[in-house]
Design a protein around this ligand. Structure first.
Ligand SMILES: [Zn+2]
Length: 171
């Protein structure tokens, strides 16, 4: 039931009412580095940044904000501080408003990640209260062997969160 697939080391999803969403290989390399492979590695997280394109796909997700000093990182918990918003705003300005906030990412100490009730609350809050282009946000969880992506849609009749893709890391 997972629609995501790997093309030329990229990860992409075909999204209804949006089109092709690609995750750049450089972003995959960054996400890969946050895998919790040793018992001491804490959860990491931040914001996903992408560019809505006129050609060659609808959206390219190609940047992230890394964990900040003001975040709280535990083995099974992660608290994302407000400083990510300042970072995204700086990226947005520097890119002349091309690079924008498109979702959230964090890591989990499990091979194939599934979201927790806390994650779902966090994501629903993001869908309801954060500012973004359109009505869709992407949520990535980086597991130990796989990363997974969920799409959050803000619809008139309620919010929807669905699994849209899975990416297996090379080793
Ligand atoms: Zn989580």
């Amino acid at each position: 039931m997972v629609a995501g697939h790997v093309v030329d080391k990229e990860w992409s999803f075909e999204i209804k009412n949006l089109g092709l969403v690609r995750v750049s290989s450089s972003l995959l390399t960054k996400l890969r580095a946050y895998r919790q492979l040793t018992p001491n590695t804490p959860e990491s997280g931040g914001v996903l940044v992408g560019m809505y394109l006129n050609s060659g796909g609808a959206l390219l997700i190609n940047e992230l904000t890394p964990p900040q000093q003001t975040d709280k990182q535990g083995r099974h918990t992660y608290y994302r501080s407000k400083s990510h918003h300042d970072l995204v705003r700086a990226i947005w300005k520097k890119s002349k408003h091309h690079s924008t906030y498109v979702g959230l990412w964090h890591s989990h100490p499990e091979p194939v990640p599934t979201y927790s009730p806390t994650d779902k609350t966090d994501w629903l809050n993001a869908i309801n209260y954060s500012k973004y282009e359109g009505n869709k946000l992407f949520f990535f969880i980086v597991g130990q062997t796989h990363a997974r992506a969920w799409l959050g849609v803000n619809r008139r009749f309620g919010r929807k969160i669905e699994l849209i893709g899975e990416y297996k890391f090379d080793d």
